[in-house]
Structure formats: C-alpha cells, structure tokens
Design a protein around this ligand. Structure first.
Ligand SMILES: Cc1cc2nc3c(=O)[nH]c(=O)nc-3n(C[C@H](O)[C@H](O)[C@H](O)COP(=O)(O)OP(=O)(O)OC[C@H]3O[C@@H](n4cnc5c(N)ncnc54)[C@H](O)[C@@H]3O)c2cc1C
Length: 390
C-alpha cells in the first residue's frame, strides 16, 4: 500500500527565490540518474531536485529492467526477483526464450532511495513544476532559478512548448494491477489481438507480488478491460491499479535552453515500451554534459549541442523499433506465432536481444572514467518537507 508522504497545506512553505547550479525537475528514473551522475563526476555543483511527490512515493511502472543495469547503477538491493526467461503467448502457441541476459523486477521505493543515496549533496524538495521562463522554473511553491534546467517530469514534457496532450500525441498508454501472488518465474508477454488490439499484455513476477497489465500503442484504445481480463485469466486479483501514458517517439532532447531526459524526451523504447534503462542511460549522458559546464570545461550551449547530438545518434534504433511496433500488430496471428517459434534458436535470440540491450548498454554507466563512489546509506524519510540538503 502506497504511503503518502508528500507535504501538504502549511508544510508547503515558499521556495521563492531559491537558486541552484542545476535544477532537475522530476525525481524518478531520469531525474535521479542525472543528479547521481553529477555527484559521481565529482564537480562541486549545487543540484536541486524537484518532484510533485516524495522520493519513491508513486511507482510509475512494472519495474522490470535488464538485470545488468541494476548493478551498473549500484541498486542491486532493490531487486525483488530475477526472471531467467521471457515468454511470448499468442492465440496459436507460446514460445519461451532464454535471453543472453535476464530481466529483474525491483521495488520502486527502494530503488529511488538507493539512487538518492548516491546523489551526494543534492537537495530535494516537493513542488509541482508548471513551466519556465528563461532560467526561472515556476512551481506551486514559487519561482526558482538555475542556469541549467532539466525536465525529467515524464511524458507531459512540462517545460516543453507546448506540453503534450493525449490522445492526439504520439503516446502509448499502460495500466497494471499489483496483486499479492507468488506465481510466475518469467517475464510473460501476451500478444493477442482479442486482448489488446495494438499492444500487448504482461505478467511480471516480483517475489510475492505480480504486476499484470496491458499497454496499447494506440492512445485511443482503453486498457482497463484488457488488464482485468488478463488478471482474470491468470487467476489473480485486479487490485492496486496504476497506469500512465508514455511516449513511443523521440522528441527534441533540448529546447529553449533546457535539457529533456527520459519520457519527456521520448526515450521510452518503442515496441517494448521499456523506458527505465533508457531513462538511466540518457540521464547519465545528460549528467556528464552538465558536469562539464559546472566545471567550466564547456559552455551551456556546447552541452546542449553535445547532448542533442548524443540523443539524435540513437534515432535510427528508435525508428527501427517504431517500425516493428507498427508491423507486429498488423501481422496475421498465425504468421506471428510462426515467426516467434522459428526465432527460438539460441543464436537468433542472442543476436536479437544482444542488439536490443546494446541500444542502451549498462557498460555506459561506467564509461568516461567517472569515479565510482561508495553509495551512502539511504536517506531517512524526513517529516520536514522543506528543502533538504544532505
Ligand atoms: C503501466 C506501465 C508499466 C511500465 N512498465 C515498465 C517496465 O516494467 N520497465 C520499463 O523499463 N518501463 C516500463 N514502463 C515505462 C516507464 O515507466 C517509463 O518509461 C519511465 O517511468 C520513464 O521514466 P522518467 O523518469 O522519464 O519518467 P517518470 O517515471 O514518469 O517520472 C516522472 C517524475 O516526474 C514527476 N512529475 C511529473 N510531473 C511533475 C510536475 N509537474 N512537477 C513536479 N514533478 C512532476 C513525477 O512525480 C515523477 O516522479 C511502464 C509504463 C507504464 C505506464
């Protein structure tokens, strides 16, 4: 059960006039990766992280990630269950693959705490970000200023111009339930048009809990009924719902002098809808560019250009996945089943999933000689919800 810790009412004191070297809006996968990388780079930066909720308070996904990324980010302790295989069920059969790497499910709150513990002297405040004028970020707690501003607030792209609105925007939608259930060993994917017309269903075991849901690439299609239907089929309770929109097309990585990371930049990978590892990956890249500015090694404009070029270099892979996202739901179901079955040769599985992991490879977390720091003990949850400096 989610415990709400976000400051309300009189606890929401004014932050008006606060200044920092870097303001990171959004304290989930992308935002925490940026702040962590700034800390790891060793620069003396005053980093202020904002989120509408307390750290780790609202899980935003099924929290399944390629296992090597947990080690790469120093957050292995948040792991709930390692999933050695991946299965694909169609109306005409089921194929189970052994990937060259494994998936793991993790606990969102713990992962955020472990990331935050690596964010050095970064400060955190709860605030709802509503927009930006130049170096000033507007929030419900006042206007804050920094020469370097990051939008890691997710699909809405709140600092973008104009912010995105579903269902016309290129967004997918996902919904899942979190029943207590000890069943399942693999990451199971359901490719059945009767369940969801253009998308898929999933079941992610997480040691005593299961995350069962459905996503639609078409934002006009609802996913509540598919989610309930899959839960019924798997004989688990449809309880503890959570859902969100997420992008399936890259957007601009920069705009008006700000940096966009994670879902705000469209970094969620098309087809799979996997956006955690890519949020880490691009968050690290952004953090490195920002560190070089704080350190005086480059200008903000150079950092914006460098980050945008890095982002653009990934466009072909995102396009390729987007093409598959369009193609796979259009294939005759029998042909899809046949393809999945015929691909189940270890050499082909290794090749396909090796390519997939390489698009945001965990070794990137260690590149560029960034010094590794010992993760500090997770911060205790404070009842003082004003600005916290660690
Ligand atoms: C049901 C579902 C299941 C999914 N499962 C997986 C999965 O298993 N694996 C995977 O890799 N991907 C999964 N995804 C996709 C994944 O959740 C996203 O791609 C990922 O969360 C993107 O990370 P992010 O940090 O960019 O954005 P988010 O995780 O959306 O974080 C945005 C942060 O910004 C904060 N915020 C938003 N607006 C404001 C505001 N105005 N002011 C202040 N703060 C704000 C939010 O509170 C949040 O903390 C799933 C998506 C859905 C919908």
């Amino acid at each position: 059960m989610t415990v709400r810790a976000t400051a309300r009412g009189a606890q929401r004191t004014s932050l008006d006039g606060e200044r920092a070297d870097v303001i990171v809006c959004g304290a989930s996968f992308a935002g925490l990766a940026v702040a962590r990388e700034l800390a790891r780079s060793g620069v003396d930066a005053d980093v202020l992280v904002l989120d509408r909720y307390e750290l780790g308070e609202r899980a935003t996904s099924a929290c399944a990630i390629p296992t090597p990324w947990l080690a790469a980010m120093g957050v292995q302790d948040s792991r709930r269950q390692e999933l050695p295989g991946m299965s694909f069920t169609t109306p005409h059969g089921r194929a189970r693959y052994r990937l060259p790497w494994t998936w793991s499910s993790f606990d969102y709150r713990e992962l955020c705490a472990l990331l935050w513990a690596q964010c050095g002297t970064a400060r955190f405040a709860t605030a709802v970000v509503s927009g930006r004028t130049g170096d000033t970020v507007h929030t419900d707690r006042g206007d804050l200023t920094a020469p370097l501003v990051v939008d890691a607030c997710g699909w809405k792209r709140v600092l973008g111009d104009p912010p995105l609105q579903p269902p016309e925007a290129p967004l997918s939608r996902g919904l899942e339930v979190h029943p207590h259930d000890a069943g399942g060993t693999d990451l199971d994917v359901y490719l059945e048009r009767d369940l969801v017309r253009r998308g898929y269903g999933w079941s992610v075991p997480a040691a005593g809990e299961r995350r069962v849901g459905a996503l639609s690439y078409d934002p006009h299609d609802h996913v509540k009924e598919p989610t309930r239907s899959l839960a019924g089929r798997l004989d688990v309770e449809a309880v503890r719902y959570q859902g969100n929109w997420f992008p399936h097309r890259l957007r601009a990585a920069t705009g008006g002098g700000a940096f966009f990371v994670g879902d705000s930049a469209g970094h969620c990978f098309p087809l799979s809808g996997e956006g955690i590892r890519t949020a880490f990956y691009f968050g690290i890249a952004c953090g490195r560019e920002l560190a070089a500015v704080v350190d005086g090694r480059q200008t903000r404009d150079a950092a914006l250009a460098g980050y945008a070029a890095f982002h653009e270099a990934h466009r072909p892979a995102f396009r390729r996945a987007a093409r598959l996202q369009r193609l796979i739901p259009a294939l005759p179901p029998r042909l899809l089943a046949l393809l999945l079955w015929s691909m189940n040769v270890q050499f082909l599985v290794d090749r396909a999933f090796g390519w997939y992991l390489r698009q945001a490879h965990p070794s990137f977390a260690d590149r560029d000689g960034a010094p590794k720091q010992d993760p500090r003990a997770p911060d205790g949850r404070s009842s003082d919800h004003s600005l916290r400096r660690r």
